[in-house]
Design a binder for this molecule. Structure first.
Ligand SMILES: [Fe+2]
Length: 214
């Protein structure tokens, strides 16, 4: 499971970088947000693994447990990075915490709405769902790319920041056929190019499943 969470993180990071280009995000911020996307789901390491692998719908109790991965992830990152966090760390915490908030306030964990949701988390949310929909999960097959884009556009202004949904449509037009492999390789390269302190911190965030309680 953690291998797929890791690969999903890398693909989401790559998609985040492309969305940032379309949205005109400054390069230094785009880099921070892409690195932040690598660890957006790291809190899933603190959930029962059988829950994440469960086929079919979750009951309300199970859903409540899964929803704790946002706070668990933010805690994990805070526990393994310097308290005076740099911009990358700040973005990583915001993204882990807020990537399931919805533009209309119906997301979780806090029900933030609109611009109250950090922009980095709004961008990663769109990248996250584009990758999730086009990926196989225990409970679903992979969707064709166009179906995933149509679904995101259908949730423009409800789930997704309108500008992010529009950017997904633009990015999808130029995705190469083998984008998933390209994205995974790119994510790994970004990790390798991080400075040593950041790489050590990233390794620590990923290590020791269940060390930080949700
Ligand atoms: Fe998530």
């Amino acid at each position: 499971m953690s291998i797929e969470v890791d690969r999903h993180g890398r693909r989401t990071a790559w998609l985040t970088a492309r969305l940032c280009t379309v949205l005109g995000v400054m390069p230094n911020e785009a880099r921070d947000w892409s690195i932040a996307a690598l660890t957006h789901d790291v809190g899933k390491l603190d959930l029962p693994q059988e829950l994440l692998a469960k086929p079919g719908a979750l009951d309300p109790d199970e859903r409540g447990l899964v929803e704790r991965h946002c706070i668990a992830g933010a805690k994990r990152i805070m526990a393994h990075t310097r308290p005076d966090g740099d911009d990358t760390t700040t973005a990583a915490i915001a993204v882990a915490l807020s990537h399931h908030e919805w533009w209309n306030g119906r997301g979780y964990p806090f029900g933030l709405a609109g611009a109250a949701i950090p922009r980095c988390a709004r961008v990663v949310a769109a990248a996250d769902v584009l990758d999730a929909l086009t990926s196989v999960r225990a409970y679903k097959a992979a969707w064709p790319l166009q179906a995933a884009v149509d679904e995101i556009l259908a949730q423009r202004g409800t789930h997704f920041d309108p500008e992010c949904a529009d950017a997904v449509e633009v990015v999808a037009r130029t995705l190469p056929a083998d984008w998933r492999r390209t994205a995974q390789a790119w994510g790994l390269q970004v990790t390798l190019e991080l400075g040593r302190p950041a790489r050590v911190a990233l390794d620590a965030v990923w290590a020791g499943s269940r060390r930080v309680a949700a």
